[in-house]
Design a protein. Structure first.
Lengths: 133, 140
C-alpha cells in the first residue's frame, strides 16, 4: 500500500452503517434494514411511485411508501439486459473494480415505468485500477 | 415527510445510508433494502477522500475555498455536459455533508488534500484507520 492509500471511504460507510444498526436495534418501529432483498420493480399507480416489489428467500414481497433509489451504477452490468453493453459496448470487456451488484437495477426500474435518464454513456475509465484481482 | 409513511430506501451504500439517516433525523420511519448480504456496496472501497468546500477543516488550514469555486471547477471540467442545477447541489451542499459526517458520526476528516481538477485543496480524509489495517501495514 502506498502512503496515499487510506480507508476513509470504508470508515465513513462503516460509521453510518453501525449507527443505523444501533437505531434498528433500539427502535425497530422506526428503522429496519432488510438484506438479501432484491428490489425488482417500482409499484407505480396513477402516475405515482408508491412502493417497491422485492424478492427475498425465494418469494415476492412488497414494501409500500415513498421510494428513494440509491442503487448505484451499472459498470458491472454483465446481465442479459446490460446497460453497459447498450451504452458503451466498446468498454464492455474491460475489467472493473465495481462490485457485482452494480447492475443498474434502480435505473432499469425507472426506465420500466417510463422514466428518463441522462448521461448514460458517461462511464469512467480509469487507468490506475488493479487488474485481475 | 409524507404523513408518517415509512420511506423505502433501495440500496445500502453511502447514498442509501445517508438517505436513511436523514429520514430518521427528520422524524420519519425508514426501511432500507439491499440485495447483498452486507451493506456498503462500492462505498467501502478505498479512495482519496470526500470533497467539500467551505469546511471547518479547510478554514483551520487557511484554505480559502468556497462552494462557488468548487462549482466553477466542476463546470470547467464538465464543459458542455454541465447540468448546472445538479452540479450546484453537489458543490453547494458538499461542505455541510462533510461536517455532517464528521459531527454526527465522529469520523475524523481533518486532513485536506488538493486532487486533480480542483483549484483548491478540498478532499478530506482522516488520520484514523481501522486498527486491523494499521496492524496489517506494520507487518508488511
Amino acid at each position: 500500500m502506498t502512503q496515499n492509500t487510506n480507508l476513509i471511504q470504508m470508515t465513513i460507510t462503516m460509521a453510518l452503517m453501525i449507527k443505523l444498526e444501533d437505531i434498528c436495534k433500539a427502535s425497530p418501529d422506526r428503522a429496519q434494514v432488510i438484506s438479501k432483498a432484491n428490489v425488482k420493480a417500482l409499484v407505480y399507480e396513477n402516475g405515482a411511485v408508491i412502493g417497491v416489489e422485492y424478492e427475498k428467500g425465494g418469494s415476492r414481497h412488497k414494501a409500500m411508501g415513498p421510494v428513494v433509489l440509491a442503487t448505484g451504477g451499472y459498470a458491472a452490468d454483465f446481465t442479459p439486459d446490460s446497460l453497459l453493453k447498450k451504452y458503451r459496448p466498446e468498454i464492455y470487456d474491460l475489467p472493473t473494480t465495481n462490485g457485482d451488484h452494480c447492475t443498474g437495477d434502480g435505473i432499469k426500474m425507472v426506465l420500466a415505468i417510463g422514466g428518463n435518464t441522462i448521461h448514460m454513456d458517461k462511464v469512467q475509465v480509469h487507468p490506475t485500477g488493479l487488474v485481475g484481482t | 415527510m409524507v404523513d408518517g409513511q415509512t420511506v423505502i430506501v433501495v440500496g445500502g451504500g453511502l447514498a442509501g445510508l445517508s438517505a436513511a439517516h436523514t429520514i430518521l433525523e427528520r422524524g420519519g420511519r425508514v426501511v432500507l433494502l439491499d440485495k447483498c448480504a452486507f451493506l456498503g456496496g462500492n462505498s467501502t472501497k478505498a479512495t482519496s477522500g470526500i470533497n467539500g468546500a467551505g469546511t471547518r477543516a479547510q478554514a483551520k488550514l487557511g484554505i480559502p475555498d468556497t462552494s462557488e469555486i468548487f462549482f466553477q471547477d466542476s463546470a470547467k471540467s464538465a464543459r458542455s455536459e454541465l447540468i448546472p442545477e445538479l452540479t450546484r447541489v453537489l458543490t453547494y451542499e458538499s461542505g455541510s455533508a462533510v461536517e455532517w459526517v464528521s459531527d454526527k458520526f465522529g469520523v475524523d476528516l481533518s486532513l485536506v488534500s488538493r486532487l486533480g481538477g480542483h483549484s483548491q485543496p478540498r478532499t478530506h480524509r482522516g488520520k484514523e484507520q481501522f486498527p486491523g489495517v494499521r496492524v496489517l501495514r506494520e507487518r508488511v
